[in-house]
Design a protein around this ligand. Structure first.
Ligand code: ADP
Ligand code: MG
Length: 571
């Protein structure tokens, strides 16, 4: 559906059109009409799906002449960057609607400037909960006439500990109001807020991983333990993205990696929550302008940042939450463009964690061999050839004079050019780490050593082999093929597993439930004279998994291409 089909005023349609927006995104199509009616909304959709416009356009549209000087709409965002970004976008929607005056309030910036703006009379305030509270306490922000409050990235605000501030702010807002909440995930705390503060809200949910990840090519590299930084240097050199983001799980890692990359000559800057506002702004400006083409960041610092034209996202650390993965890779391929995401994994645990992510997002993450130094040199060669051929004719005669003089001392043209090119290759490659990729072994292989694990559930609990296998696949992220023979006894069951995966399996299956029973998995020490109640020389197949969760996982698995095809047809 197009914006034009909405019953919006000309001023706004004009501005939206100028921004190049034509078709609404799914979340916009579903929430704008409901918001215009004045109803409460809980909207859930991924990053990059246009939530700002989803609430910003109705907000701008709703401002009336009598609200010229009173704050009518309040938007809360988790970070300063997001507040700034949301304000910028809302301002654009209001370009031709003079009545609308916006103000962004966030910490780390001058209180006085914000107070001056607020005094001048504004009707849409966008800010972080902490600073909003500050202004309320100083009575520089009055909410007596507020009629719409919007919580953007509500889950992240709660993660960041803004709950108390948010609840206090809500307590100052007249009861008879519209309460709107947008979030990428819906943890129970959000539902609690919804119940407490919203009236008969319309729940709008856009399916996870729709548009955002479709246009993004996703790859992973297996890297030996402790070699991720080396691997990353090679990748950055080999792919040479003109703009890229690297994600780490901790602030410390962001600092370390930034320093390490900078030492190797990469133009890189780090971004995390402990930095001063001025530094953060500098870093963001440097990144947007291209003077720092590589940005290393934590999830929170990068949340929602909307910079266009990011070629590649690297997951240095595997994200702690599946949704984070979507958020991270959503930095590239924004608004219909394509992009590439690369994840570095070390060890089996990360391998399975990534496989879990792949299933969760229902998209393929392909393995790619790491480039080695020779590959990098090869791309450098190509780059140099391209660069020189694109340089164009020499207009300055002095270049030839220098060549002639060199020739007179025995260095001919060919040799001169070779020396220059050679020096450049050396400079660009001498600090590259030597690398011999060593693949991590995984899964069950012919002739591989196996051990048996024992699970304390058996025939008397009315279980079948596919229950057991389903639960194991579900808990470990491994595939059915990774497991061997399953023997069900009266009170327990044994399963053959690869010895190399034994520790991992134990770790990820305690606790585990099978068919509603809490079970314990441990090493099988052997039993005497036990009667196997059901022999399964043929391993059970997973075509008809018997319970919900594992069925879903199996259906979306991309690691077994044949299965995927087969599943697709069923839909
Ligand atoms: P979210 O808050 O869901 O992460 P944003 O509101 O930041 O997403 O929007 C992501 C990008 O998509 C922005 O650059 C925005 O200008 C653009 N965008 C939003 N809606 C549309 C639309 N209907 N058509 C084209 N581009 C859009
Ligand atoms: Mg947003």
């Amino acid at each position: 559906m197009k914006f034009k089909e909405l019953n919006l005023s000309e001023d706004i349609l004009h501005a939206v059109d100028e921004l190049g927006f034509d078709e609404m995104t799914e979340i916009q199509e579903k929430s704008i009409p409901v918001l215009l009616e004045g109803r409460d909304v809980v909207g859930r959709s991924n990053t990059g799906t246009g939530k700002t416009a989803a609430f910003g356009i109705p907000a701008v549209e709703s401002i009336t002449d009598s609200e010229r000087k009173t704050v009518a709409v309040l938007v809360m965002c988790p970070t300063r960057e997001l507040a700034m970004q949301a304000e910028e976008e809302i301002k654009k929607f209001a370009k031709y609607k003079r009545t609308v005056k916006t103000c962004a309030v966030y910490g780390g910036a001058s209180m006085e400037t914000q107070i001056r703006q607020l005094k001048r009379g504004v009707n849409i305030v966008i800010g972080t909960p902490g600073r909003i509270m500050d202004h309320i306490r100083r009575k520089t922000l009055k909410l007596d006439f507020l009629r719409t409050v919007i919580l953007d990235e509500a889950d992240e605000m709660l993660n960041m500990g803004f709950r108390e501030d948010i609840e206090e702010i809500l307590s100052y807002i007249p009861e008879d109001r519209q309460t709107v909440l947008f979030s990428a995930t819906m943890p129970p705390e959000i539902l609690a807020i919804t119940e407490k503060y919203q009236k008969n809200p319309e729940h709008i949910k856009i399916k996870s991983a729709g548009k955002t990840v479709e246009l993004i090519d996703q790859f992973y590299f297996e890297v030996p333990m402790g070699r991720k930084t080396d691997a990353l240097k090679l990748l950055l050199s080999a792919y040479n993205p003109s703009s890229s983001m690297i994600f780490c799980n901790t602030k410390k890692m962001v600092d370390e990696l930034t320093e390490e990359l900078a030492k190797s000559g990469f133009r890189v800057a780090g971004l995390h929550g402990d930095m001063k506002q001025i530094q953060r702004t500098q870093v963001m400006n440097g990144f947007k302008s291209g003077s720092n083409p590589i940005l290393v960041a934590t999830d929170v610092a990068a949340r929602g940042i909307d910079v266009s034209g990011i070629d590649a996202v690297f997951n240095y650390d595997i994200p702690q939450d599946n949704e984070y993965y979507i958020h991270r890779i959503g930095r590239t391929g924004r608004a219909g463009r394509t992009g590439t995401a690369y994840t570095l994994i070390s060890g089996r645990k990360q391998f399975y964690a990534l496989r879990d992510i792949s299933k969760y997002i229902n998209a393929e993450i392909k393995e790619m061999p790491l480039p080695d130094k020779d590959d990098v040199i090869l791309t450098k060669k190509e780059n140099i050839i391209r660069e020189i051929s694109e340089l164009g004719q020499v207009t300055d005669r002095r270049a030839y004079e220098i060549l002639d003089r060199l020739a007179s001392i025995g260095i001919d043209y060919r040799e001169a050019a070779a020396r220059l090119i050679g020096a450049r290759i050396k400079a660009e490659t001498e600090n590259l780490p030597e690398y011999a990729a060593r693949p991590v072994r995984k899964g069950r292989h012919k002739g591989e050593k196996t051990v048996k694990v024992d699970i304390n559930i058996g025939r008397i609990h009315r279980i079948a082999p596919n229950f057991i296998l389903g639960a194991l696949v579900d808990a470990t992220g491994m595939t059915g093929k990774d497991f061997g023979k399953i023997d069900i006894y009266d009170e327990h069951t044994t399963v053959e597993v690869p010895e190399a995966e034994y520790d991992y399996i134990l770790e990820s299956t305690n606790p585990m439930k099978i068919n509603g029973h809490q079970v314990e998995v441990k090493l099988y020490k052997g039993g005497k004279n036990e009667k196997i109640s059901r022999r399964n020389d043929e391993r059970p197949r997973m075509e008809k998994p018997s319970f919900g969760k594992s069925r879903k996982r199996e259906f979306v698995s991309d690691y077994i291409p044949n299965r995927r095809k087969r599943t697709k047809k069923r839909h």
